[in-house]
Structures are given as C-alpha cells and as structure tokens.
Design a protein around this ligand. Sequence first.
Ligand SMILES: *Cc1c(COP(=O)(O)O)cnc(C)c1O
Length: 344
Amino acid sequence: MITFYPGPSKIYPQVADYAAEACRSGIVSMNHRSPEFMAITEGAIRAVREQLNVPDAYHIALVSSATECWEIVAQSLTQQTSLHPYSGAFGKKWLEYAHRLKPMHQPDEADVLCIVQNETSNGTQVRMSVLADFRRDFPDALIAVDAVSSMAGIAFDWLLADVWFASVQKCFGLPAGLAVFIYSPRALQRAKEIGENAHYNSLLFLHENFAKFQTPYTPNGLGIYLLKRVMEQVPPIAAVDALTKRRAAAWYRFVEREMTDSPFQLLVNDPSLRSDTVIAIEGSETAIGAVKKAAKEAGLLLGNGYGDWKNTTFRIANFPAITDDEIEALKEFLRGVTPKLQLR
Ligand SMILES: *Cc1c(COP(=O)(O)O)cnc(C)c1O
C-alpha cells in the first residue's frame, strides 16, 4: 500500500534498517543519562539544527507530541491568555487546550499569538509574509507556531516567531511519538519571567535538562536515534523546500487541468492560501467515498477528510518521503478513475 495519508504518514524506507540497528546494537536499552545516549541526543539536535537551518541562538528540545507542545506554550509561556486566529480543526483544538489552562476573559489581555502555519485539516497555510505582518502588528506578543505538517517539508524564516514545533510523523518521515520544540531567547526570557515550574514538562525544567542533552523523563530513545539518522540523511532544507514546492505546484496544476471532468475540485480556491504539503480535494460524500475505496483497491491510501471536511474531502500528503514514482502512480489512478465517478 502506498500511503498519502497526512499523518501518520509514509516513513523513509531507511527507517526500518535504522530501527533494527538501534535494537541490535543495544541503543534502545541504553541508560538515557549515559554519555553514550547523551551523544545521540546531542547528535539529533545538531542534525535538526543543521538540516533545517535553525538559528544558533534558538534552543531545541524534544518532547512527545505536538499536543504536548500546545500545553507547554500555555503553561510555561503564557502569562494571561493566548490569541488563536485559526482556520481549521487543529487551530481550533489548540485554542481549546490552551484556554482550558489559560482562559480568555478579554482578547486584549493576550500575550501569546498562536498560529497554525499549515492547517492539515483543510490544506491551507500561513505564508511567511503573513507571519511577518503578525510580527509587525503584535510586537510585544510571543508568537508560537504549530508547524506540524510543514516543518522539514518547507523552509521557514525562523526569526518571525519565538516558538516553532512539530511532531515527527508528518514531514519528517518518521514514526509518531516524538516532537521537536524550538524556542527563541525571547521565549526563554518569557519563561523565566513567568517562572512556571509545576510540571514535568515545564519549559524551564526541559531547558535545564536539554542543556545537558538529557530529558526530565525516560525519553523515546528509539525515536531520538531515528531522528538523528534521518536528519543526517536528508538533503538541506533549501533543497527539500524546492522539491516540495515544485511537487505542490504540479499537484495543483494537475487537479485544475487534468481532473476537470471529474466530480472533484480543490477545496481551497485562493492560491495564496494553498498548502504546499497537504492538498485537499473536495467532492460529494458519495464521490469521496467511492474514490477512496477505489484507490485502496488499487493499493493507494488517500487521506480521509478531517473535522468539518471529514466526508466531503480527501487529502493528499505532499511530504518529502514520498517518491516521484508514487506520485505518478496516484496521478495515473486519478486520471483513469475519476471520469468514471460522475456521482454528483
Ligand atoms: C497532526 C497535527 C497535530 C497533532 O500532532 P500530535 O503529534 O498528534 O500531537 C497538531 N497540529 C497539526 C497542524 C497537525 O497536523
């Protein structure tokens, strides 16, 4: 089965060998405070920094999931409350988690602005130019960016936000259970001012531990090892960014030009809002159900719709671990099958 699911998604094929190696060599049984394991954590962080071009001044910690990152932002970096201009299901979920910890009474008391850079649920994205506008309009706020389905797929201007995070089961091409949490000196300063120290994953406690390449708890050692190996293997982000954007443009062209006599169209009409990493395609419930079923029979797994778009869209991951041949196979399938699905 070739998977185009936008998370968990296709892993790099090399991961199988890296995982076997980690088991056979005893890496997964190492004490997480041993110098050997600390060197692996250090290597993983160095590889993330180098491949993704993260500024030297920004700090990198590893946690368990993006959902955990939402809570870290709320508990450790939010003084009063946070503002969430969102456009889809993940943005809404983040708001709900955050406001359970830091309820909003008045919007003007918000000190953190929370942005989902790539809204996986509906295939929209917030471009760097828009982030720059937020930076200009909210000079005092911390800006936290959920980049779960775009980090390691496209390049970012890191300085436009104070916090960036992603779990690794999307563009990183890795199994779930690990997330990368990147934070600026300004974010660390804010954490110190707030002084929140009540949780195992309080940012100050994480920071203290990661300064020694350790973690407060026994970490996902296999995941950290796989992150290191995969980040050492992938091309620098500028090359990945170019590949992702070229493929995204080709996907949008394909849907607009070659699927015209199909019952489907792009969910996002405004090209400036279209995601580079998740393509959302809309149709009637019947047509969506039929195309997903036919694709599965042909060995191709399409992403289900999500949230409000659960039954009326399917999604195609445009993640770097997917190959040109796999993309071509899906296009070939869509060319052949969609005219037969005139089920509107
Ligand atoms: C998948 C996803 C999440 C959730 O990630 P977890 O690792 O399951 O916590 C959050 N935000 C976005 C935009 C996502 O795509």
